[in-house]
Design a protein around this ligand. Structure first.
Ligand code: MIC
Ligand code: SF4
Length: 643
């Protein structure tokens, strides 16, 4: 029996456990990446581990999220990350060089290697055949120190692509289709492996759009084979030597299969407020729009922007629409300038932003009240744009550009023949914005520069014998980390300061939560299905920890967030019977007796709702290592105990 590509890479990197589906495995990690919004915590945690030099093949620290410097905080954090990177053997991608995933794909990713990043869209690397996962900052810190990265051995879903995309239909429409079929929780515990004849018709940037937004399925990761197209891409990046051929065996066995005929796809859009709320652009109709944003790690490649430039050429953005465009990297930006396509964007009236995440994470360009904004991004969670009642639709670059001119939602197929664009044979390469680390000898003299905004991160105490606490918040299904720990230009500068940022915890759901939680001292949060979906931000665990949250009880968890809770010693409990969710109300007092003992022995867990006088069975499936972390009060304590 043959192996899937996923199994092949896992088998080459497994250092702990057996490749048995559903069990925990530890993987050797070849490369890591961090970005600045999660990076400061990751590097503080790395420092706490006392390792001098990273033990990976390549670790890169990117500055791309917190680039709006409206106070000293972000600039201080950039300096901190730059200096700590230099000291510990990490390459430093300076602000202006581009979005971590785009730059990593262009310059550093290698087929067949493992990559983890403190950002949920790290699976972008799957576009060139990497096994690339988003992880919490602490997991990345451990991997930089040479430790294994633990995941549940995933199921592998075959996404069989046939046919060829029609004009005006693009990779974004493929992943929106997959989201429509599988939903935002359809990928949990699974890897999406793309195969079939249709794969050959997709370029590397197109594949990367698909693997990038696989994060929205909740998948462990997504991966494409490494073939001649991958070789051409790496050659054009001057790195042909990094290419290896990789594919699944012909007789590989998959756990499930999804068939997509690319020729049947039409332009799609994810409607507010969820990436799986997908309709055809035609179905949505010509509704009036207020804003268009093109960019983000999903759709900011040279190929994307060349298409946009061709659509905008000689036209003017509709008077009622604001169009913002952020190229994904300095390479993209520069090549757009060199070939003159940038001039077409400027001429049409686009507002050109620096190569960074920008509006995708609410760093500027928030839409007007109730504004309809079309974005080529990957998330349209409520409030994420910075405008509470903003209506965000996720679309392809083609739909975005066509609509920006028309002023109404526009199916790009109505524009007639697609203007031709030619991809260059060679990318323009200048890595001058990536600072190499100091040599190990010089590293000793590198001073780490810390601004006053950087505060120590909270470390949990060992798990108590029993938990008695009030439910300070009850929320519904699909709560995102943007609900738990919002981002945006005002809050992101506090990422290095947990006491300050925790004042915004859950403010999208209930502004009184931080105050009430602190007053309660210890408390419990109750949620529905797919709790914690979205980002990898550890702050969605660190802030509740700081506010005294001891346990989350919900119907099910998203993968990275559950791991972040365990890493920080917060109990992730799931209802045995989903309907029991109804038996707890906000304000109820819960008792979880002998929880230390119960976790140690793996016995059944009963939550007593003292207010209602009922017992509720819950479960907490943990590996031995997971148990150790929960008992110790998190990964750092556990590592100290276990040497
Ligand atoms: C996101 O897209 O939500 C982010 C911002 O990139 C996050 C990371 C963060 O919150 O810093 C992610 O995707 O992990
Ligand atoms: Fe940045 Fe947006 Fe990509 Fe997150 S999803 S890494 S905020 S561009």
């Amino acid at each position: 029996m043959g192996y899937t590509l996923t199994e092949k890479i896992i088998r080459e990197h497994i250092v702990d456990g057996e490749p048995v589906k559903g069990t925990e495995i530890g993987l050797k990690i070849d490369q890591t990446l961090t970005q600045d919004a999660t990076g400061t915590m990751a590097y503080l945690q790395f420092e706490a581990m006392g390792v001098d030099q990273v033990r990976t093949e390549r670790s890169v620290a990117y500055i791309d999220h917190n680039t709006l410097q409206s106070g000293f905080e972000n600039a201080d954090d950039h300096r901190f990350i730059g200096s700590i990177a230099k000291k510990h053997g990490i390459w430093f991608s300076r602000p202006g060089n581009g979005i971590c995933h785009q730059v990593h794909l262009e310059r550093y990713g290698k087929p067949g290697k493992t990559l983890i990043g403190s950002d949920s869209h790290t699976p972008t690397g799957g576009g060139i055949g990497m096994f690339a996962c988003g992880a919490g900052g602490l997991d990345v810190a451990v991997a930089m120190g040479g430790g294994a990265y633990y995941i549940t051995m995933p199921q592998v879903v075959k996404i069989n692509l046939t046919g060829k995309l029609n004009d005006w239909v693009s990779a974004k429409d493929v992943i929106l289709k997959v989201l429509q079929i599988l939903s935002v929780k359809g990928g949990i515990g699974k890897v999406m492996e793309y195969t079939g004849e249709g794969v050959k018709t997709l370029s590397v940037p197109e594949r990367a759009t698909i693997t990038n937004m696989g994060a929205e399925l909740g998948a462990t990761t997504s991966i494409f084979p490494s073939d001649e197209i991958t070789r051409e891409f790496l050659k054009a990046q001057g790195r042909e030597e990094d290419w290896v051929e990789l594919k699944a065996d012909d007789d590989a066995v998959y756990d499930a299969e999804v068939n997509i005929d690319l020729s049947e796809l039409v332009p799609l859009a994810a409607c507010p407020h969820s990436p799986d709320n997908v309709k055809t652009v035609e179905e949505i109709g010509n509704i009036k729009i207020d804003q268009v944003c093109i960019g983000s790690c999903t759709n900011s490649s040279l190929q994307d922007l060349l298409k946009v430039a061709h659509i905008l050429k000689g036209k003017t953005v509709h008077p009622d629409v604001s169009l913002a465009i952020a190229p994904g990297s300095k390479q993209v930006y520069n090549m757009m300038a060199q070939c003159g396509a940038l001039s077409d964007l400027i001429d049409a009236g686009a507002r050109i932003l620096e190569c960074a995440c920008g509006p995708c994470i609410g760093m500027g360009q928030s839409p007007n009240s109730n504004g309809i904004s079309l974005r080529t991004f990957n998330r349209n969670f409520e409030g994420r744009s910075g405008t509470r009642d903003g209506q965000i639709y996720l679309v392809s670059p083609e739909t975005a550009a066509a609509s920006a001119i028309a002023g109404v939602f526009t199916d790009p197929r109505t524009l007639g023949a697609m203007p031709p664009y030619v991809m260059p044979e060679r990318f323009y390469i200048n890595d001058n914005m990536v600072v190499p680390p100091a040599s190990p000898e010089d590293a000793k003299n590198v001073e780490v520069l810390r601004g006053p905004n950087i505060k120590p991160f909270p470390v949990n105490t060992p798990l108590a014998e029993s938990i008695e606490a009030e439910v300070t918040l009850k929320v519904g299904d699909n709560i995102t980390t943007d609900h738990i720990m919002p981002a945006g230009a005002k809050i992101l500068p506090l990422r290095s300061n947990i006491p300050a940022i925790s004042q915004h915890c859950f403010e999208v759901c209930d502004e009184t939560f931080p105050k009430r939680a602190l007053e309660a001292g210890k408390s419990i949060v109750v949620g529905g299905v797919n709790y914690g979906q979205g980002s990898s931000r550890e702050h969605a665990a660190l802030a509740p920890l700081y506010l005294g949250v001891k346990a989350i009880i919900c119907k099910s968890f998203a993968r990275i967030h559950r791991q972040n809770l365990i890493n920080n010693g917060i109990l992730p409990l799931e209802f045995v019977n989903g309907d029991d969710y109804e038996k707890i109300e906000q304000g109820d007092k819960l008792v979880i007796a002998n929880i230390r003992e119960v976790i140690k022995n793996g016995s059944d867990i009963i939550v007593k709702n003292e207010t209602k006088g009922i017992d509720i069975p819950v479960k907490c499936e943990l590996s031995e290592r997971g148990k150790g972390m929960i008992l110790a009060g998190g990964l750092l304590n556990y590592t100290k105990q276990n040497g």
